[in-house]
Design a protein around this ligand. Sequence first.
Ligand SMILES: NC(=O)c1ccc[n+]([C@@H]2O[C@H](COP(=O)([O-])OP(=O)(O)OC[C@H]3O[C@@H](n4cnc5c(N)ncnc54)[C@H](O)[C@@H]3O)[C@@H](O)[C@H]2O)c1
Length: 353
Amino acid sequence: MSKTLKVGLIGTGGIVSGAHLKPGWLAVPDVEIVAACDVNEKLAQKLAKDFEIPKVFTDFRDLLKLKEIDAVDICTPNKVHTPAVVAALEAGKHVLCEKPLAVTVEEILAMRAALRKTDRILMTAQHHRFSPESVAIKAWIETGVLGEVYHTRVNAIRRNWLPISPGFIDPKLSGGGPCMDIGVHALDTALWLMNFPKPVRVSGRAHTNFAKGFDIPGAWGEWDRTLFGVEDFASGYVHFENGSTLVLEASWLQHQEKPEEMNATLLGRKASVSWPDGRFHSVVNRTLVDGCLHPHTGRKPAHTEEILAFAHAIRGGKPSPVPIEQTIYVIAILEAIMKSSQANKEVEIPNFD
Ligand SMILES: NC(=O)c1ccc[n+]([C@@H]2O[C@H](COP(=O)([O-])OP(=O)(O)OC[C@H]3O[C@@H](n4cnc5c(N)ncnc54)[C@H](O)[C@@H]3O)[C@@H](O)[C@H]2O)c1
Protein backbone atom coordinates (compact mmCIF):
# COMPACT_ATOMS: atom_id res chain seq x y z
CA MET A 1 0.00 0.00 0.00
CA SER A 2 1.32 3.43 -0.92
CA LYS A 3 1.44 6.15 1.74
CA THR A 4 -1.78 7.55 0.34
CA LEU A 5 -4.83 5.50 1.32
CA LYS A 6 -6.98 5.10 -1.80
CA VAL A 7 -10.67 4.79 -1.15
CA GLY A 8 -13.81 3.93 -3.15
CA LEU A 9 -17.30 4.97 -2.10
CA ILE A 10 -20.15 2.51 -2.70
CA GLY A 11 -23.52 4.24 -2.37
CA THR A 12 -23.39 8.04 -2.54
CA GLY A 13 -26.61 9.08 -0.76
CA GLY A 14 -27.39 11.06 2.36
CA ILE A 15 -24.92 9.65 4.85
CA VAL A 16 -21.99 9.99 2.42
CA SER A 17 -22.63 13.61 1.51
CA GLY A 18 -23.75 14.51 5.05
CA ALA A 19 -21.07 12.81 7.16
CA HIS A 20 -18.73 10.19 5.66
CA LEU A 21 -17.14 12.26 2.91
CA LYS A 22 -17.40 15.68 4.47
CA PRO A 23 -16.27 16.14 7.19
CA GLY A 24 -15.33 12.40 7.47
CA TRP A 25 -12.84 11.27 4.81
CA LEU A 26 -11.77 14.85 4.01
CA ALA A 27 -10.43 15.13 7.58
CA VAL A 28 -8.13 12.09 7.24
CA PRO A 29 -4.58 12.95 6.13
CA ASP A 30 -3.14 11.25 3.02
CA VAL A 31 -6.39 9.91 1.63
CA GLU A 32 -7.52 10.01 -1.98
CA ILE A 33 -11.10 9.23 -2.92
CA VAL A 34 -10.52 7.60 -6.29
CA ALA A 35 -14.00 6.36 -7.22
CA ALA A 36 -17.66 6.67 -6.40
CA CYS A 37 -20.40 4.19 -7.25
CA ASP A 38 -24.17 4.49 -7.12
CA VAL A 39 -26.94 2.83 -9.10
CA ASN A 40 -28.22 6.39 -9.38
CA GLU A 41 -25.52 7.58 -11.78
CA LYS A 42 -26.55 11.24 -11.62
CA LEU A 43 -26.04 11.25 -7.85
CA ALA A 44 -22.59 9.66 -8.13
CA GLN A 45 -21.64 12.06 -10.96
CA LYS A 46 -22.68 15.05 -8.86
CA LEU A 47 -20.65 13.90 -5.87
CA ALA A 48 -17.68 13.21 -8.17
CA LYS A 49 -17.95 16.71 -9.67
CA ASP A 50 -18.33 18.44 -6.29
CA PHE A 51 -15.40 16.60 -4.69
CA GLU A 52 -13.14 15.98 -7.72
CA ILE A 53 -13.49 12.18 -7.59
CA PRO A 54 -11.92 10.89 -10.83
CA LYS A 55 -13.97 7.72 -11.51
CA VAL A 56 -17.70 6.95 -11.39
CA PHE A 57 -19.40 3.55 -11.56
CA THR A 58 -22.95 2.24 -11.36
CA ASP A 59 -21.96 -1.34 -10.47
CA PHE A 60 -19.80 -1.87 -7.37
CA ARG A 61 -18.19 -4.91 -8.99
CA ASP A 62 -16.60 -2.60 -11.56
CA LEU A 63 -15.30 -0.27 -8.86
CA LEU A 64 -13.81 -3.25 -7.03
CA LYS A 65 -11.78 -4.16 -10.13
CA LEU A 66 -9.63 -1.06 -9.56
CA LYS A 67 -6.38 -2.47 -8.22
CA GLU A 68 -5.28 0.84 -6.68
CA ILE A 69 -8.22 0.92 -4.25
CA ASP A 70 -7.13 -0.06 -0.71
CA ALA A 71 -10.46 0.39 1.07
CA VAL A 72 -14.14 0.88 0.36
CA ASP A 73 -16.80 2.69 2.33
CA ILE A 74 -20.19 1.01 1.82
CA CYS A 75 -23.23 3.24 2.36
CA THR A 76 -25.94 1.52 0.34
CA PRO A 77 -29.37 0.42 1.59
CA ASN A 78 -29.02 -2.36 4.17
CA LYS A 79 -29.87 -5.28 1.88
CA VAL A 80 -26.96 -4.38 -0.43
CA HIS A 81 -24.43 -4.44 2.43
CA THR A 82 -23.78 -8.19 2.37
CA PRO A 83 -23.16 -8.67 -1.39
CA ALA A 84 -21.00 -5.52 -1.46
CA VAL A 85 -19.00 -6.43 1.68
CA VAL A 86 -18.38 -10.00 0.53
CA ALA A 87 -17.33 -8.87 -2.98
CA ALA A 88 -15.06 -6.17 -1.54
CA LEU A 89 -13.33 -8.58 0.85
CA GLU A 90 -12.92 -11.08 -1.99
CA ALA A 91 -11.36 -8.30 -4.07
CA GLY A 92 -8.81 -7.70 -1.28
CA LYS A 93 -10.18 -4.38 -0.01
CA HIS A 94 -10.51 -3.17 3.58
CA VAL A 95 -14.17 -2.44 4.31
CA LEU A 96 -16.04 0.12 6.35
CA CYS A 97 -19.78 -0.61 6.12
CA GLU A 98 -22.70 1.38 7.47
CA LYS A 99 -25.04 0.04 10.13
CA PRO A 100 -26.81 -2.29 10.37
CA LEU A 101 -23.89 -4.31 9.00
CA ALA A 102 -26.50 -6.88 7.93
CA VAL A 103 -30.10 -7.60 8.77
CA THR A 104 -29.86 -11.34 9.38
CA VAL A 105 -27.35 -13.60 11.09
CA GLU A 106 -27.15 -15.63 7.88
CA GLU A 107 -25.81 -12.55 6.07
CA ILE A 108 -23.28 -11.82 8.84
CA LEU A 109 -22.03 -15.39 8.69
CA ALA A 110 -21.46 -15.01 4.94
CA MET A 111 -19.41 -11.87 5.65
CA ARG A 112 -17.45 -13.65 8.38
CA ALA A 113 -16.64 -16.54 6.03
CA ALA A 114 -15.25 -14.05 3.47
CA LEU A 115 -13.35 -12.17 6.19
CA ARG A 116 -11.68 -15.35 7.42
CA LYS A 117 -10.14 -15.87 3.98
CA THR A 118 -8.35 -12.50 3.92
CA ASP A 119 -6.09 -10.34 6.06
CA ARG A 120 -8.18 -7.22 5.36
CA ILE A 121 -10.30 -5.57 8.07
CA LEU A 122 -14.07 -5.13 8.20
CA MET A 123 -15.43 -2.39 10.44
CA THR A 124 -19.08 -1.69 11.22
CA ALA A 125 -19.80 2.03 11.12
CA GLN A 126 -21.20 2.41 14.64
CA HIS A 127 -20.31 6.07 14.98
CA HIS A 128 -21.93 6.56 18.40
CA ARG A 129 -19.05 4.62 19.98
CA PHE A 130 -16.73 7.45 18.85
CA SER A 131 -18.62 10.46 20.27
CA PRO A 132 -16.97 12.50 23.07
CA GLU A 133 -19.77 11.44 25.44
CA SER A 134 -19.45 7.72 24.68
CA VAL A 135 -15.66 7.74 25.01
CA ALA A 136 -15.88 9.47 28.42
CA ILE A 137 -18.56 7.09 29.72
CA LYS A 138 -16.70 4.01 28.49
CA ALA A 139 -13.44 5.16 30.13
CA TRP A 140 -15.26 5.77 33.43
CA ILE A 141 -17.04 2.39 33.37
CA GLU A 142 -13.73 0.65 32.73
CA THR A 143 -12.51 1.75 36.15
CA GLY A 144 -15.05 -0.73 37.59
CA VAL A 145 -17.14 1.99 39.18
CA LEU A 146 -20.53 0.45 38.28
CA GLY A 147 -19.89 -2.94 39.83
CA GLU A 148 -21.85 -5.80 38.27
CA VAL A 149 -24.37 -4.46 35.70
CA TYR A 150 -27.62 -6.36 36.31
CA HIS A 151 -29.97 -4.53 33.93
CA THR A 152 -29.81 -2.06 31.03
CA ARG A 153 -32.57 0.09 29.56
CA VAL A 154 -32.12 1.09 25.90
CA ASN A 155 -34.19 3.52 23.84
CA ALA A 156 -34.09 4.51 20.19
CA ILE A 157 -37.47 6.17 19.97
CA ARG A 158 -38.78 8.92 17.74
CA ARG A 159 -42.00 10.88 17.65
CA ASN A 160 -42.29 11.30 13.85
CA TRP A 161 -38.79 11.20 12.35
CA LEU A 162 -39.59 8.40 9.93
CA PRO A 163 -37.01 8.11 7.11
CA ILE A 164 -39.11 8.27 3.94
CA SER A 165 -36.83 6.84 1.25
CA PRO A 166 -37.52 3.31 -0.08
CA GLY A 167 -34.12 2.23 1.29
CA PHE A 168 -35.64 2.42 4.77
CA ILE A 169 -39.32 1.51 4.39
CA ASP A 170 -39.28 -1.14 1.64
CA PRO A 171 -38.33 -4.39 3.41
CA LYS A 172 -36.67 -5.68 0.23
CA LEU A 173 -34.11 -2.85 0.56
CA SER A 174 -34.00 -2.18 4.30
CA GLY A 175 -34.63 -5.63 5.78
CA GLY A 176 -36.29 -4.00 8.79
CA GLY A 177 -37.77 -0.88 10.37
CA PRO A 178 -36.67 1.18 13.40
CA CYS A 179 -35.43 -1.89 15.28
CA MET A 180 -32.67 -2.43 12.67
CA ASP A 181 -32.31 1.20 11.64
CA ILE A 182 -31.92 3.02 14.95
CA GLY A 183 -32.30 0.25 17.55
CA VAL A 184 -28.92 -0.91 16.23
CA HIS A 185 -27.25 2.37 17.29
CA ALA A 186 -28.44 2.33 20.88
CA LEU A 187 -28.12 -1.44 21.31
CA ASP A 188 -24.56 -1.53 19.92
CA THR A 189 -23.51 1.30 22.20
CA ALA A 190 -25.16 -0.28 25.26
CA LEU A 191 -23.57 -3.70 24.63
CA TRP A 192 -20.19 -2.04 24.09
CA LEU A 193 -20.55 -0.12 27.39
CA MET A 194 -21.54 -3.43 29.05
CA ASN A 195 -18.43 -5.07 27.56
CA PHE A 196 -20.49 -7.42 25.41
CA PRO A 197 -21.99 -10.02 27.77
CA LYS A 198 -23.22 -13.01 25.78
CA PRO A 199 -26.96 -12.88 24.94
CA VAL A 200 -28.73 -16.22 25.31
CA ARG A 201 -32.45 -15.61 24.71
CA VAL A 202 -34.74 -12.87 23.54
CA SER A 203 -38.42 -12.14 23.52
CA GLY A 204 -39.80 -9.37 21.34
CA ARG A 205 -42.81 -7.72 19.83
CA ALA A 206 -43.08 -5.58 16.69
CA HIS A 207 -46.05 -3.54 15.48
CA THR A 208 -47.02 -1.25 12.64
CA ASN A 209 -49.19 1.13 14.61
CA PHE A 210 -49.25 4.38 12.62
CA ALA A 211 -47.16 4.12 9.44
CA LYS A 212 -49.90 2.69 7.22
CA GLY A 213 -52.26 5.52 8.15
CA PHE A 214 -52.13 9.31 8.07
CA ASP A 215 -52.59 10.19 11.77
CA ILE A 216 -49.00 11.33 12.40
CA PRO A 217 -47.34 13.74 9.93
CA GLY A 218 -43.76 12.84 8.97
CA ALA A 219 -41.06 15.28 10.06
CA TRP A 220 -39.05 14.40 6.91
CA GLY A 221 -42.15 14.55 4.68
CA GLU A 222 -44.64 11.90 3.68
CA TRP A 223 -43.76 8.34 2.73
CA ASP A 224 -45.36 5.84 0.37
CA ARG A 225 -47.92 3.98 2.52
CA THR A 226 -48.21 1.18 -0.03
CA LEU A 227 -44.43 0.58 -0.01
CA PHE A 228 -44.18 0.70 3.79
CA GLY A 229 -43.68 -2.93 4.82
CA VAL A 230 -41.72 -2.83 8.08
CA GLU A 231 -42.61 -2.27 11.73
CA ASP A 232 -42.84 1.25 13.17
CA PHE A 233 -42.36 0.05 16.77
CA ALA A 234 -40.50 -2.85 18.36
CA SER A 235 -39.55 -3.84 21.87
CA GLY A 236 -37.34 -6.62 23.11
CA TYR A 237 -36.22 -8.24 26.33
CA VAL A 238 -32.79 -9.87 26.34
CA HIS A 239 -31.29 -12.38 28.81
CA PHE A 240 -27.51 -12.67 29.05
CA GLU A 241 -25.43 -15.67 30.07
CA ASN A 242 -24.21 -13.77 33.17
CA GLY A 243 -27.80 -13.32 34.46
CA SER A 244 -28.17 -9.66 33.49
CA THR A 245 -31.01 -8.40 31.29
CA LEU A 246 -31.68 -5.60 28.80
CA VAL A 247 -34.86 -3.99 27.54
CA LEU A 248 -34.94 -2.21 24.17
CA GLU A 249 -37.56 0.06 22.63
CA ALA A 250 -37.26 1.29 19.05
CA SER A 251 -39.73 3.40 17.11
CA TRP A 252 -40.09 5.89 14.26
CA LEU A 253 -43.62 6.97 15.19
CA GLN A 254 -45.17 7.18 18.62
CA HIS A 255 -46.83 9.64 20.98
CA GLN A 256 -43.97 11.13 22.98
CA GLU A 257 -42.71 14.57 23.92
CA LYS A 258 -39.25 14.67 22.36
CA PRO A 259 -38.54 14.27 18.62
CA GLU A 260 -35.97 11.58 19.43
CA GLU A 261 -34.61 9.80 22.47
CA MET A 262 -31.47 7.77 21.86
CA ASN A 263 -30.14 6.62 25.19
CA ALA A 264 -29.20 3.78 27.50
CA THR A 265 -29.03 3.40 31.27
CA LEU A 266 -26.80 0.78 32.83
CA LEU A 267 -27.86 -0.26 36.34
CA GLY A 268 -24.92 -1.60 38.33
CA ARG A 269 -24.70 -2.82 41.90
CA LYS A 270 -22.36 0.07 42.84
CA ALA A 271 -23.68 2.83 40.54
CA SER A 272 -25.80 3.54 37.46
CA VAL A 273 -24.89 5.65 34.46
CA SER A 274 -26.84 7.01 31.51
CA TRP A 275 -25.60 7.40 27.96
CA PRO A 276 -25.15 9.86 26.33
CA ASP A 277 -25.82 12.44 29.08
CA GLY A 278 -23.22 10.92 31.41
CA ARG A 279 -25.43 11.27 34.50
CA PHE A 280 -24.60 8.83 37.26
CA HIS A 281 -26.11 7.92 40.61
CA SER A 282 -24.66 6.02 43.53
CA VAL A 283 -24.45 5.86 47.29
CA VAL A 284 -21.34 6.33 49.45
CA ASN A 285 -21.46 5.68 53.21
CA ARG A 286 -25.29 5.83 53.06
CA THR A 287 -25.07 9.22 51.32
CA LEU A 288 -26.88 9.39 47.96
CA VAL A 289 -24.58 10.72 45.24
CA ASP A 290 -25.47 12.21 41.84
CA GLY A 291 -23.02 13.41 39.23
CA CYS A 292 -22.31 14.02 35.59
CA LEU A 293 -19.39 13.03 33.38
CA HIS A 294 -18.01 15.62 30.99
CA PRO A 295 -17.56 14.57 27.34
CA HIS A 296 -13.93 14.14 26.32
CA THR A 297 -12.65 17.35 24.76
CA GLY A 298 -10.71 17.87 21.55
CA ARG A 299 -12.48 15.20 19.55
CA LYS A 300 -13.84 15.57 16.02
CA PRO A 301 -17.49 14.67 15.19
CA ALA A 302 -18.28 10.99 15.83
CA HIS A 303 -18.48 9.98 12.14
CA THR A 304 -15.08 11.58 11.52
CA GLU A 305 -13.51 9.87 14.54
CA GLU A 306 -14.97 6.57 13.26
CA ILE A 307 -13.37 7.06 9.83
CA LEU A 308 -10.07 8.15 11.42
CA ALA A 309 -10.13 4.96 13.51
CA PHE A 310 -10.72 2.86 10.37
CA ALA A 311 -7.83 4.52 8.51
CA HIS A 312 -5.59 4.26 11.58
CA ALA A 313 -6.32 0.52 11.94
CA ILE A 314 -5.51 -0.11 8.25
CA ARG A 315 -2.26 1.87 8.41
CA GLY A 316 -1.16 0.34 11.70
CA GLY A 317 -2.15 -3.26 10.79
CA LYS A 318 -4.44 -3.20 13.80
CA PRO A 319 -7.70 -5.12 14.41
CA SER A 320 -11.02 -3.69 13.31
CA PRO A 321 -12.17 -0.96 15.73
CA VAL A 322 -15.74 -2.36 15.49
CA PRO A 323 -15.26 -6.06 14.74
CA ILE A 324 -17.78 -8.47 13.26
CA GLU A 325 -17.37 -10.69 16.37
CA GLN A 326 -19.28 -8.00 18.30
CA THR A 327 -21.67 -6.95 15.55
CA ILE A 328 -22.86 -10.53 15.07
CA TYR A 329 -24.45 -10.48 18.55
CA VAL A 330 -26.04 -7.05 17.97
CA ILE A 331 -27.71 -8.27 14.78
CA ALA A 332 -28.62 -11.63 16.35
CA ILE A 333 -30.54 -9.81 19.11
CA LEU A 334 -32.34 -7.51 16.67
CA GLU A 335 -33.24 -10.39 14.37
CA ALA A 336 -34.39 -12.43 17.38
CA ILE A 337 -36.76 -9.62 18.47
CA MET A 338 -38.49 -9.82 15.09
CA LYS A 339 -38.46 -13.63 15.00
CA SER A 340 -39.86 -13.80 18.52
CA SER A 341 -42.65 -11.43 17.55
CA GLN A 342 -43.54 -13.54 14.52
CA ALA A 343 -43.40 -16.84 16.45
CA ASN A 344 -44.93 -15.39 19.63
CA LYS A 345 -42.31 -17.09 21.79
CA GLU A 346 -38.79 -16.62 23.14
CA VAL A 347 -35.93 -17.17 20.72
CA GLU A 348 -32.53 -18.60 21.71
CA ILE A 349 -29.28 -16.99 20.58
CA PRO A 350 -26.54 -19.49 19.74
CA ASN A 351 -22.90 -19.03 20.60
CA PHE A 352 -21.19 -17.61 17.50
CA ASP A 353 -17.62 -17.52 18.87
N1 LIG B 1 -24.76 6.04 10.96
C1 LIG B 1 -25.77 6.84 10.72
O1 LIG B 1 -26.03 7.77 11.48
C2 LIG B 1 -26.59 6.63 9.50
C3 LIG B 1 -27.49 7.61 9.09
C4 LIG B 1 -28.21 7.40 7.92
C5 LIG B 1 -28.05 6.23 7.21
N2 LIG B 1 -27.19 5.27 7.65
C6 LIG B 1 -27.02 3.99 6.92
O2 LIG B 1 -26.32 4.28 5.71
C7 LIG B 1 -26.84 3.49 4.65
C8 LIG B 1 -27.30 4.43 3.54
O3 LIG B 1 -28.25 5.33 4.08
P1 LIG B 1 -28.51 6.77 3.39
O4 LIG B 1 -29.26 7.56 4.40
O5 LIG B 1 -27.27 7.33 2.82
O6 LIG B 1 -29.51 6.31 2.26
P2 LIG B 1 -29.76 6.96 0.84
O7 LIG B 1 -31.00 6.32 0.32
O8 LIG B 1 -29.68 8.44 0.92
O9 LIG B 1 -28.48 6.47 0.00
C9 LIG B 1 -28.24 5.14 -0.37
C10 LIG B 1 -27.66 5.17 -1.76
O10 LIG B 1 -27.30 3.84 -2.15
C11 LIG B 1 -27.57 3.72 -3.54
N3 LIG B 1 -27.63 2.31 -3.91
C12 LIG B 1 -28.69 1.45 -3.83
N4 LIG B 1 -28.33 0.23 -4.26
C13 LIG B 1 -27.02 0.33 -4.65
C14 LIG B 1 -26.10 -0.59 -5.21
N5 LIG B 1 -26.44 -1.86 -5.47
N6 LIG B 1 -24.85 -0.14 -5.50
C15 LIG B 1 -24.49 1.15 -5.28
N7 LIG B 1 -25.34 2.06 -4.74
C16 LIG B 1 -26.58 1.65 -4.44
C17 LIG B 1 -28.88 4.47 -3.73
O11 LIG B 1 -29.10 4.83 -5.08
C18 LIG B 1 -28.67 5.67 -2.80
O12 LIG B 1 -28.13 6.78 -3.49
C19 LIG B 1 -27.95 2.63 5.25
O13 LIG B 1 -27.44 1.38 5.59
C20 LIG B 1 -28.34 3.38 6.53
O14 LIG B 1 -28.83 2.53 7.54
C21 LIG B 1 -26.45 5.47 8.77
